[in-house]
Design a protein around this ligand. Structure first.
Ligand SMILES: Nc1nc2c(ncn2[C@@H]2O[C@H](COP(=O)(O)OP(=O)(O)OP(=O)(O)O)[C@@H](O)[C@H]2O)c(=O)[nH]1
Ligand SMILES: [Mg+2]
Length: 246
């Protein structure tokens, strides 16, 4: 069971978020310090070309619990999250997009649900994702169905970037995805390893500042490529898991 005041690593992948990163860090500080004094906020700067890095450096100077890691070149979302995970030192690890698609006070609820359900991974889904627009909503529905069909995983909103898990999860699975497939990889490997996943619904707040970068065709092709090669690589584990499912 998690202690009442767990230690938490908050990870923000960041690419060109000069309009959002200060708000995201300040909000995380406020929420997390209300829960524990043992925390860290890790910003992974994925070779931003705007003022994000400078702003994040200033935030790190003003609070020793805020740390920034720089990539020399753009390694995409999977690369940035893997860097964040490798640097995380606390008992619970949480990640969220730097444009805050969710009210971070939901983190308190997530920690409570994890405790109450004795689960290892909490994955939030959006009550209503249609604010993304019809095309992206469709992509998202198709992607979730595809993953459900190909893998023994029943998660409603795989790519929604609100995930909380025990560090034990990271210690037991190796993540390799470079792009946005990393969310699915974490959940599938976690599930196959026997970790308990619990989902809960949250209100979704679409980006209102800065530029959207993850909905581009390149990102979508990469996620499909990674999904297909991951499915081939994991075929034996998946067959075994399906055969032993009740
Ligand atoms: N590491 C890395 N992170 C990125 C990249 N592009 C975006 N991000 C970060 O990934 C998170 C999600 O990106 P978003 O652009 O918000 O993607 P989205 O939520 O699907 O779309 P919008 O909210 O509409 O922009 C944010 O924290 C971004 O800063 C990238 O190339 N590399
Ligand atoms: Mg976003």
């Amino acid at each position: 069971m998690t202690t009442k005041r767990p230690s938490i690593s908050v990870i923000y992948p960041m690419f060109n978020e000069e309009e959002n990163i200060e708000h995201a860090v300040r909000f995380a500080e406020a929420v997390v310090t209300d829960m524990t004094s043992d925390y860290e906020i890790l910003i992974v700067n994925d070779a931003s070309t705007d003022r994000s890095a400078e702003i994040a450096e200033a935030l790190a100077r003003s609070n020793p619990c805020v740390k920034i890691f720089h990539h020399e070149r753009n390694l995409k979302l999977g690369g940035a999250l893997r860097t964040g995970f490798s640097k995380a030192t606390k008992e619970l690890v949480f990640y969220c997009d730097s444009d805050l698609p969710v009210d971070l006070t939901e983190l308190k609820r997530a920690v409570h649900i994890m405790d109450f359900t004795r689960s290892d991974i909490i994955s939030a889904y959006r009550f209503d994702r249609t604010a993304e627009g019809p095309i992206r909503t469709l992509y998202s529905v198709v992607y979730n169905l595809l993953v459900r069909f190909l893998f023994p995983l029943r998660v409603k909103d795989i790519n929604f970037s609100f995930k909380l898990f025990k560090r034990e999860v990271l210690d037991n699975i190796a993540l390799e995805a470079e792009g946005s497939f990393i969310d699915a990889e974490l959940l599938i490997k976690g599930k196959l390893h026997g970790f308990k996943i619990v989902q809960f619904g949250v209100n979704y707040f679409p980006r209102n500042r800065g530029t959207s970068t993850l909905a581009s065709p390149d990102v979508i092709f990469k996620i499909i490529r990674e999904l297909v090669s991951f499915r081939m690589k994991m075929r034996h584990e998946i067959r075994t898991a399906r055969a032993s499912a009740p």
